[in-house]
Design a binder for this molecule. Sequence first.
Ligand code: ZN
Length: 261
Amino acid sequence: MDQNGLVTDEIFRTDAYLQECAATVVAVDGQGIVLDRTVFYPQGGGQAGDSGVLVLADGSALAVSDTRKRKDDEGRPTHQISHVPAEGQQHLLTNIKPGDQVKAHIDWVRRHKLMRFHTTTHLLCHLVPQLVNGCSITPDYARLDFNMTDPLDKETLTDGIAALVAAAHSVVVGSISEEELDANPALVKSMSVQPPRGTGRIRTIMIGDRTEVAGRVGAGLIDFQPCGGTHVANTAEIGKVVVTKLEKKSATTRRVVLGFA
Ligand SMILES: [Zn+2]
């Protein structure tokens, strides 16, 4: 809970396809604009923060260049989200105050690219069953670092992604309890990002289906892990994503870079 008791309602977590919402301004300061609810995803888990616009009560549009988890005075993340005004928008901040009604619109074209790349990183976790020690998802490229020493093959990975996209697997948001996660620590595939705790439930993403292949439970499951990001609802929606580069980042790290074909 933040010092003023307000938690931003993160409606992008339940519906990643919402492009806009009406909201009430909670605070305006150097970190940006806080709303009571938002469709803007804040930078986290490797995924870039959303950009877009806030349409103010007087009809003016304030451009948002980034979205961040808000920090308290000690620099710890809070449960509020800051919409960061773009360069040159500062003059509009005098037109906005707590209690104002606004319409929050994300840059959907940009976000959809992030969702396609983000979902592809889960497919990579299936194709490369190794722990992840770094991740960055931007609208132009994504990269995933695996903790491994064996070489990877670009063509094999690109073909593997294409097959999983063609198979049109469902991508379903769910949750497990903190106790279930403690009992199955291998569900966490990232060495660098731990799922947020404290609410009792951990959000999960399941790609494929445990019961998809008759008589073989688990055969149809592609990936299941805790994740707070935004994803497409079906792998078919990823379209053409290819491995553009493989790098040996260190003796124990192989980096896979993804791009749109
Ligand atoms: Zn994810």
